[in-house]
Design a protein around this ligand. Structure first.
Ligand SMILES: NC(=O)c1ccc[n+]([C@@H]2O[C@H](COP(=O)([O-])OP(=O)(O)OC[C@H]3O[C@@H](n4cnc5c(N)ncnc54)[C@H](OP(=O)(O)O)[C@@H]3O)[C@@H](O)[C@H]2O)c1
Length: 298
């Protein structure tokens, strides 16, 4: 049975991936910062030699967007340098890399859903490190799939949904940015899509029995976009959370200019997701249904 090595076990996506049933075709090895620090080249190499993974799913990342503006060295090490090293190990061991990136690679000046080959131009340092990570992942390993995603939330970790619920319970009135538009992504839906891609890539090479040396045949490396369906503002998102949870709090839409943050945010980051849908036959879920599902789990 082929191994699948997963990094970032304790993060939102890593946790949701771990929760998924029906992974019987492969032996998943979930690792966290303690046992697989992706910035440690020796530890990485040892893990690749031990497991000789068929896939490496990189759920580890430096995701503190505002902190990255000043903690640049760490952000770059984790989101760029380490990803490049993972990809090098993948090439050496004929491992397919599934790496996760972000809508923050775009400048947000677009007016229609971003396609995977649209021009990138990050507006903050986090976005720059993630874009560099994408490039290293693709350049260092021909078998890399990069999945860009946006506005990730889940029952695990810290995220917008949990912050809103806490604030709405504590306060009578809150202000939420109403002029940044995007699509939320329930990490469980992304985890399911990743599993579907793994199965599809594995079936494509039609080598169910061994760790094939021809994993590239009929597989589909490159960049993909994934999120839930919808084009909403953070204010819309907050209102839906309030209404589903039946919380008694007034929510006011405010402009970005009234909520300054250390890192700039793109104003528009809706994805065109047709490539992932058509290539891997992925069924996208509507953002509100997925929000409801997450709130039920919470
Ligand atoms: N969250 C979003 O809104 C969002 C939006 C777009 C794209 N993405 C991308 O989606 C992916 C998954 O995000 P997420 O929300 O699941 O992130 P997350 O919850 O912040 O999880 C990231 C995990 O990576 C771990 N990690 C950090 N540095 C590491 C290292 N050197 N070695 C091993 N593990 C390390 C973190 O551990 P510690 O807690 O110990 O640091 C954390 O458990 C990331 O690539 C992210 O850039 C996220």
């Amino acid at each position: 049975m082929g191994h699948i090595l997963v990094s970032g076990r304790e993060g939102q996506l890593g946790s949701e991936l771990k929760d998924l049933p029906a992974k019987q075709k492969f032996q998943f090895v979930f690792t966290g910062r303690n046992d697989l620090d992706i910035t440690d080249e020796a530890v990485l190499q040892a893990a690749f030699e031990k497991y000789k993974p068929v896939f490496f799913i990189n759920c580890a990342a430096y995701t503190a967007v505002d902190k990255a503006e000043t903690d640049q060295e760490n952000a770059y090490k984790i989101n760029a340098e380490a990803v490049g090293n993972i990809a090098k190990q993948c090439r050496q061991h004929n491992t397919k890399l599934i790496h996760i990136s972000t809508d923050y690679v775009f400048d947000g000046k677009g007016v229609q859903p971003y396609k995977t080959d649209d021009k990138t131009d990050p507006v903050n340092y986090y976005g720059y490190t993630k874009l560099t990570g994408e490039q290293l992942a693709l350049n260092n390993n021909p078998q890399t799939i990069v999945i860009r995603t946006s506005w990730v939330y889940s029952a695990y970790g810290a995220n917008f949904v949990k912050t809103m619920i806490r604030l709405m319970k504590e306060r009578r009135e809150i202000n939420v940015v109403g002029d940044q538009f995007g699509s939320p992504t329930y990490a469980k839906d992304l985890a399911e899509a990743i599993l579907q891609i793994v199965n599809s890539e594995w079936a494509a090479v039609n080598k169910e029995d061994t760790h094939s040396s021809q994993l590239t045949d009929n597989s589909f490396p490159g960049i993909y976009h994934f999120s839930n369906e919808g084009n909403i503002s953070w204010y819309d998102f907050a209102m839906a959370i309030r209404d589903i949870q039946q919380l008694d709090c007034t929510v006011n839409p405010i402009p970005t200019s009234a909520y300054p943050t250390p890192a700039k945010r793109p104003a528009y980051s809706v994805f065109d997701k047709s490539k992932i849908v058509n290539t891997f036959n992925i069924q996208l879920k509507d953002w509100k249904g997925s929000l409801q599902a997450c709130l039920n789990k919470l």
